[in-house]
Write a protein that binds this ligand. Structure first.
Ligand SMILES: [Zn+2]
Length: 479
């Protein structure tokens, strides 16, 4: 049964909304309800605990904005306390919070941190075939906003550490759990806040694992075991035009909305030049190994190859490739007049640019101002950052490769550069080696549900990934 093909009637929607409300109030009232405790590294036991926790975690609505991650931070804190793991909550704004916990090792090696974000993107009840915040279990899945991004993976990390503590396994490295707010809005109240305001908490953290890389089932035969080590970074700009206000029956070319539309039209037509940064070349050099020998050389020298028109056309035809060699521009939020027949004094747009490593945001802004050809348009930076990469020759990368090979003999890990951004970039800027890697297996169509409709996690994979995360933690931090 394909749930998303049902068309919900108004009555059903009301019931769904009611379900949501009940689920949320229940979660707020008594978080967390007791779950079975797994005492062995055994799938059925882990499943009972993991599913019980995830259903409750998803039922706490942390849609960002406004976020409300204080509720989930309290939920995790209460759960960890029962396990004898002390944690601290850091409030970055009213209702916004980050949770930090540490399980001690013998101090012979630096800490390993497991990071996830507690906030989720909005889910519209009308577009979903199940209530998005009910934590519904059905057909072998847990359904709900955040099951994949990022509450499910977050619980894999939490359980991996809890099982270390419960089984009293000796550690060389401290294990740090970090659950952050605000990732979906740039991390200003989350990872960025934590690193800026509480830097001391991270000074002995050598490695971090976060979202951004997983095992993608491309088709029946091919799987990509992606390890994210570098990414594009956001540059969010607000572009504002001002002009004479007045009655729309006498339109003026200098009206704010008209100026803005002209500027945006030029921006929409503009493309940044093709640039091959070293991190991207690393990815393609690696991928070249899987190609027929005659094609390998071109991928190993992308900068040169892309000067050839035939190669460039073929390469750029794949949008995933194109995103890796060029800054991107998307026009997102628009606002102008508030009335049909009024030309307002101001009109604005938000531009979401994603920059390759090594780009200077100031130079990019200057270039865009040239492109827009409207000197009166004001450009304001809402979010700006520079990209950092993590080295690939580390014990954590080796442990990940070993894990993948252990569970699928012959399988290799592929270094990946992503066009999206995660909190890893913030952590890298703070000197931490951060990888996007979760041992989850996702077919491509399931990935579409992330930030889409009917997000869900396959329970059997959730359990397997939790066990593998525990295995990885022991490999890197065990004694
Ligand atoms: Zn996420």
């Amino acid at each position: 049964m394909v749930l998303s093909e049902r068309s919900p009637g108004a009555c059903r929607l009301l019931v769904l909304a009611l379900f949501d409300l009940l689920a949320q109030s229940a979660a707020w009232a008594k978080a967390p309800a007791a779950c079975p405790r797994a005492m062995h590294l055994e799938a059925a036991e882990i499943q009972a605990e993991a599913v019980c926790l995830l259903r409750q975690y998803v039922a706490i609505d942390t849609t960002n904005p406004p976020g409300n991650e204080l509720a989930t931070a309290k939920f995790l804190k209460a759960y960890l306390k029962r396990e004898g793991i002390e944690s601290q909550i850091f409030e970055s704004a009213p209702g916004r919070a980050n949770l930090y916990a540490r399980v001690r090792g013998d101090g012979s090696a630096k800490a390993l941190m497991l990071v996830h974000h507690m906030d989720v993107v909005p889910a519209s009840v009308t577009d979903w075939s199940v209530p998005p915040f009910a934590g519904l279990e059905r057909d072998g899945y847990v359904w709900g906003r955040g099951t994949l991004d990022n509450k499910g993976p977050g619980l894999m990390e939490v359980l991996a550490v809890v099982m270390v503590k419960r089984l009293q396994l000796p550690l060389s490295r401290d294990l740090v759990l970090l659950a952050v707010a605000d990732e979906e809005q740039g991390g200003g109240k989350g990872a960025r806040y934590m690193v800026a305001e509480h830097a001391d908490l991270f000074k002995d953290v050598e490695f971090a694992l976060n979202e951004g890389g997983l095992m993608v089932q491309l088709d029946a035969k091919h799987r990509l075991n992606a390890l994210e080590f570098a990414q594009k970074v956001p540059l969010w700009l607000k572009v504002t035009a001002t002009g004479p206000a007045g009655h729309a029956s006498a339109p003026k070319p200098a009206a704010a909305t008209h100026v803005l539309v002209r500027a945006l039209a030029r921006l929409e037509q503009f493309q940044f030049p093709i640039t091959v940064v070293p991190e991207v070349q690393t990815v393609f050099t690696y991928r070249a190994n899987a190609l027929p020998p005659a094609e390998q050389d071109a991928w190993r020298h992308l900068e040169t190859s892309l000067q050839d028109e035939a190669f460039r056309t073929k390469f750029m035809a794949d949008p995933r490739n194109a995103l890796m060699v060029r800054n991107s521009i998307a026009i997102t939020m628009l606002s102008g007049s508030t009335k049909e027949n009024v030309l307002g004094p101001e009109a604005s747009a938000v531009i979401d640019l994603r920059l390759l490593p090594g780009q200077d945001p100031k130079a990019v802004i200057a270039r865009l101002q040239e492109v827009m050809q409207e000197p009166a348009v004001k450009v304001e930076s809402l979010l700006s950052s520079t990209a950092h990469a993590s080295p690939l020759d580390t014990v954590l990368a080796q442990a990940i490769a070993k894990l993948v090979e252990h569970h699928e003999p012959g399988a290799k890990v592929t270094p990946n550069f992503i066009a999206g951004f995660t909190d890893c970039n913030t952590l890298r800027a703070a000197g931490i080696i951060c990888y996007g890697f979760m041992p989850m297996h996702l077919p491509l169509p399931e990935i579409e549900r992330v930030h889409g409709n009917d997000e869900r996690i396959l329970i059997s994979d959730f359990v397997e990934a939790t066990l593998q995360m525990h295995e990885l933690v022991r490999e890197v931090a065990g004694r």
